[in-house]
Ligand binder design. Structure first.
Ligand SMILES: N[C@H](CCC[C@H](N)C(=O)O)C(=O)O
Length: 280
């Protein structure tokens, strides 16, 4: 039970925003309901995900706890990984940091221009790994809802399903997003991305995030979009710019079992104190 106010830092990666609590020395007793209250953009602080920096569990210098705005605990969050890595590299005066997540180990390093580059680990495509409710070809899923009639499922530790369209900005994601998120083929629900190609060979991506809705950016989603495009032979396996509502991420994946690298910015907005009543 918390009696004292709890320090937090508000950060974002291309507008995908986080409340970050350093719980390395003092565990944060956070329930699903408490997470929802923190994430509430009127009655709480407001964020897409609540992030806790915790003592490492299976290696690295810290474990990254990730909860969506709906309170659900999830495996991976690329934009938050960059933000926490920035904090820990700054604290340690280091240019590299190893972190632990439910999705497995990730490595982050300083990149040019104040950016942070993260090895997000390998991308998975087996139906059991996504997971799907039954054996299916993850390279061509018909979810019975346009534009997800020939979609690609990818896991970065968290589940994604990617649809390629002529114009990502023309898709009514607010309508189709929740239908796909809760599609029965995804027992753990799913993050849904719509992707189109730009004239200069970049990918334009919009996302409906599991447990958070439309966000301005999704790092694991950008990784999934690039992997799906390479698997569909729409682009070659070389560094690709993915343009999100909040700005660009650079994704690099040569194919196969190679790890996916994501490079992008971080921003710290303010620090504050959570009232303990928010968590009870
Ligand atoms: N915004 C995060 C993804 C959160 C994914 C979460 N919505 C899930 O349920 O997996 C990112 O930058 O990767």
């Amino acid at each position: 039970m918390h009696r004292d106010p709890i320090p937090f830092r508000k950060m974002h990666g291309l507008g995908n925003d986080f409340v970050i609590v350093d719980a390395r020395t003092r565990p944060l007793e956070l329930t699903d309901a408490g997470a929802r209250r923190i994430a509430d953009r009127r009655a709480g602080v407001g964020c897409d995900q609540i992030i806790t920096i915790e003592p490492p569990r299976a290696g690295g210098v810290a474990f990254l706890g990730i909860r969506n705005a709906d309170g659900g605990v999830v495996e991976a969050c690329g934009n938050a990984t960059r933000c926490v890595a920035h904090l820990l590299m700054t604290e340690a005066r280091a240019d590299r940091v190893d972190l632990d997540t439910l999705a497995g180990p990730v490595v982050a390093e300083r990149a040019a221009g104040g950016l942070v580059r993260v090895n997000m680990g390998p991308a998975g495509d087996a139906w059991q790994a996504i997971p799907l409710a039954e054996p299916r070809d993850t390279l061509s899923l018909d979810l019975g809802q346009a534009p997800f009639a020939d979609a690609v499922a990818v896991t970065l530790g968290n589940p994604h399903v990617v649809a390629f369209v002529d114009d990502a900005e023309a898709v009514d994601l607010g309508r189709i997003g929740p239908i796909i998120e809760h599609h029965p083929l995804f027992p753990n629900r799913v993050n849904a991305e719509v992707v189109s190609r730009t004239a200069d060979g970049a990918l334009r991506m919009r996302v409906w995030e599991r447990g958070a809705g439309i966000t301005r950016a999704c790092g694991t989603g950008a990784c999934a979009a690039m992997v799906a495009a390479v698997r569909k032979s729409l682009i070659p396996g070389r560094p690709t710019r993915v343009i999100l509502d909040g700005g660009p991420l650079d994704i690099d994946w040569p194919g196969g079992d190679a790890p996916v690298w994501m490079t992008g910015p971080v921003a710290s907005v303010f620090t504050g104190l959570l009232d303990p009543s928010l968590l009870s």
